[in-house]
Ligand binder design. Sequence first.
Ligand SMILES: [Zn+2]
Length: 151
Amino acid sequence: MADCFSIQKRSEIMSKIRSKDTKIEIKVRHWLYHHGIRYRKNCKTIVGKPDIAIKKYKIAIFVNGCFWHGHDECNKSRLPKSNLVFWKGKLETNKERDRANIETLEQMGWNVFVLWECQINSDFETVMTDLLDKINQIRYWKENLSSTDNL
Ligand SMILES: [Zn+2]
């Protein structure tokens, strides 16, 4: 079926989808906070403005909406049928920017984690427990390394 929305209407719908992204960010932040993790949100001084950053351990966490960040092989990232070329270009640009940011951060020694909307919605506890494990591992390493530095 052809998409009957105008570009304007479509943009409106898409911006509503975008605002949903922040709901999953909040969900992730609350979970981390309740598990004793202290973080900064949308830190502008860090490349790519990660949704969540733990500066002390150089951990950057991106909470990505599947549509806007073009989650591969994910049915939530299906493109609208109208203005296909427009959306394809726009979302490719987003993906390209994400890739470049992650690369830069990793080169700077950051540990980057990307959480996807569909995983958060379907398997929240597993995703978060897994993330917390990794954060604790990094924390352990950093604390051990800094103690050898002091010798
Ligand atoms: Zn997805």
